[in-house]
Design a protein around this ligand. Sequence first.
Ligand code: UDP
Ligand code: MG
Length: 314
Amino acid sequence: MGAKLFVVVPCYNEEAVLGETSKRMLGLFSKMEMGGLITPDSRIVFVDDGSRDKTWSIISELAESEERISGIKLAHNAGHQNALLGGLMTIKDECDCAVSVDADLQDDINVIPEMVKKFSDGCDIVYGVRNSRESDTFFKRSTALAFYKLIGAMGVETVYNHADFRLMSRRALGALAEFPEQNLFLRGIVPTIGYKTDSVYYDRAERFAGESKYPLKKMLSFAFDGITSFSVKPIRLIWSLGLVIAALAIIAAVYVLISKLTGHVTSGWSSLMISIWFLGGVQLLSVGLIGEYVGKVYKETKQRPRYIIETYKK
Ligand code: UDP
Ligand code: MG
């Protein structure tokens, strides 16, 4: 018996690609159904993320004419991550597993059968990972590399060269539903879920029509969001800086006292120097200490599940 598969596709102003995308997906679904990999009631779900062009009218036409296509329309532009989560959470109880993929098919949907096979073999999460980034511009490649490095250094666990192209089983989706956080960074959240995971590899293609919806500004804010919604390391840096300054204050004090004893200083200079260094260190350490508490509050407010049970044998 095949799996009941739902493919969720967030779409923002994607009128230029939807026709081709749905055609390719339907072709793939027919093949997978014939191979017995998926059930006939598997679905492709397009999520319109408050587009301003004809995206929704195209989706609703497709949903009416094609039995395998459904559409969800968000009331306003909620952003890629929210649109994706909205789609996944809407269908999570209807499917055995769900694959998320971008509307422009830069991620190769021909590896979806491989993902589904791994799901049938017992995997709960299957990551789509890019082999190479040759099709991306030099700029996109180097900024992306810098992004993964930085985010790794900040202690956020992510899968290298994996974007939001992944399969999740129904129970993994159930676990995802337990993360009520507002600042959504799915690439960071999903690896914290656990369960049996695996990866499939593919070459990333170029966007075949339309334009990227992620200009530099959005990319930077995405990276910043990713770090600040996962890591308290930046706060710890303040504390370490405070320690360094406090250590320097001691060295400065020794230097100032020696200068004073050898008598080459204007009056008032020594006390000023010592106070500046000492107070600088004390202030940074205090801010760092307050930051520790702010970090704790931030972790509490996220209300993440503290554990996820995989099996319970009675
Ligand atoms: N997207 C969305 N809401 C937004 C921006 C983008 O749903 O506010 C969707 C978009 O339609 C596409 C996916 O997110 O399906 C990824 O966007 P894009 O391909 O433009 O990003 P890139 O591949 O250039 O990083
Ligand atoms: Mg793209």
